[in-house]
Design a protein around this ligand. Structure first.
Ligand code: HSE
Length: 393
């Protein structure tokens, strides 16, 4: 099979490395995969692929008009990559992508287009790096009712939160460490603002409910204003803080959010550094939990390789996703929340269950209430830190 790769950054070099090092093993099983072209932006940049005969091009049309069957997309660009993927699918090329921004924003369109053109649209690498989650879920939906999924889906935020919690480090220092380790996006706002996790929970949730969930319907609250005092407060009550993406389908309504969460549950609370963790609730298996590296060169390339092999072996499921169900997003489940704020509005006063004043900040535990109601009560307050409380206090 002839393939092309768009992008030759961290993950692209990982794919080339695996294909080169494992060529003999792959050939033994008739997986003859040849990289015909690699699309890059700057042809003059020094590159050091394992296969010195590789051809690099900065001309997308060379890929579009080539005879390759499958194109691997490891770019991080949104609109340009989307337009290219559309052209490639129309030219009957299978797509394997790690680009979660494109997959999330254009999930319906790309699945539909792939179906129309009878090609594969595979995106295992777009969520949770090496953890196999997309394909297991794709199979489950045919015979199981998945009612809830939650996860630590952003390695950068988890790195920051777990380091601040364990080492008392400052937010700024640990963000720099996460960037140096290559977890963070080029613009880390997507990581710490919760948008990267929002895209991932949007992909997973659309898939399991076979429903269209719009990105802007997902309540997204990041970790960019978390403080040491939040960890101290949580710790006194026996909680850890992690950024969770979460969705559930209950009585025909979807609750979906990304926000910091106070947790006691060991599975999430004991997830450290860049590790991702995912919990799935389903009718047949009740619950399963998966944990592993959510980013990295070979880690993400590994998920791409699995997609590639499934296409080659024709074991890939041609997309079934058609947004057939329409469930309203309501965020109506009642939970307790933690809030840190400088001032308290009259509306908020009525929702408080307990409160402590530390360093001139109100540290509040709310009564059980819906997220909708809480957001209404705090909409005019500045500099609020908000977390869902996973269990009853
Ligand atoms: N920036 C992402 C993260 C990379 O921190 O998890 C993997 O999607």
């Amino acid at each position: 099979m002839k393939i092309a790769i768009m992008g030759f950054g961290t993950v692209g070099t990982g794919v080339e490395e695996i294909l080169y090092k494992k060529r003999k093993d792959l050939l033994k099983n008739n997986f003859d995969i040849e990289i015909e072209r690699i699309l890059i932006k700057n042809k003059n940049k020094d590159r050091n692929p394992h296969d010195k005969t590789l051809i690099f091009t900065d001309n997308f049309d060379e890929i579009l008009n080539s005879s390759v069957d499958t194109v691997i997309d490891v770019t991080s660009n949104l609109e340009e990559t989307y337009e290219r993927i559309v052209k490639l699918i129309k030219a009957k090329k299978n797509i394997v992508t790690a680009n979660k921004a494109v997959v999330s924003k254009y999930f319906e369109v790309l699945n539909e287009l792939a179906r129309e053109n009878e090609v594969y649209f595979s995106y295992e690498a777009s969520v949770a790096g090496a953890i196999p989650i997309i394909h297991p879920l794709m199979e489950e939906v045919f015979f199981n009712d998945i009612s809830e999924i939650s996860g630590i889906l952003n390695g950068t935020s988890n790195y920051i939160l777990s380091k601040m919690e364990r080492e008392g480090s400052s937010y700024k220092d640990v963000l720099k460490e996460a960037q140096d380790l290559g977890y963070a996006e080029a613009d880390p706002t997507a990581d710490v603002g919760g948008f990267d996790a929002m895209r991932k929970i949007r992909i997973l949730s659309s898939l399991i409910y076979n429903a269209k969930i719009k990105e802007d319907e997902i309540f997204t609250f990041g970790i960019n204003n978390v403080k040491k005092s939040d960890f101290d407060f949580a710790k006194d009550l026996g909680y850890s803080i992690r950024l969770l993406g979460k969705s559930s389908l209950c009585d025909g309504k979807i609750n979906i959010s990304v926000m910091p969460t106070f947790l006691k549950d060991d599975f999430f609370a004991k997830t450290f550094e860049g590790t991702n963790a995912i919990k799935v609730l389903g009718e047949n298996f009740k619950k399963y939990e998966l944990k592993g590296p959510g980013a990295g060169k070979l880690e993400t390339a590994d998920a791409i390789m699995r997609d590639l092999l499934r296409i080659l072996a024709k074991r890939e499921i041609k997309t079934f996703y058609n947004a057939e169900n329409s469930y309203p997003v309501e965020n109506n489940l009642e939970k307790k929340y933690y809030l840190r704020c400088e001032k308290v509005s009259d509306e908020l006063k009525n929702l408080i269950s307990s409160e402590k004043i530390l360093d001139e900040n109100h540290h509040i535990i709310t009564k059980k209430l819906s997220l909708k109601k809480l957001l209404h009560a705090i909409e005019n307050l500045d500099d609020v830190f908000l977390a869902e409380i996973e269990e009853e206090i």
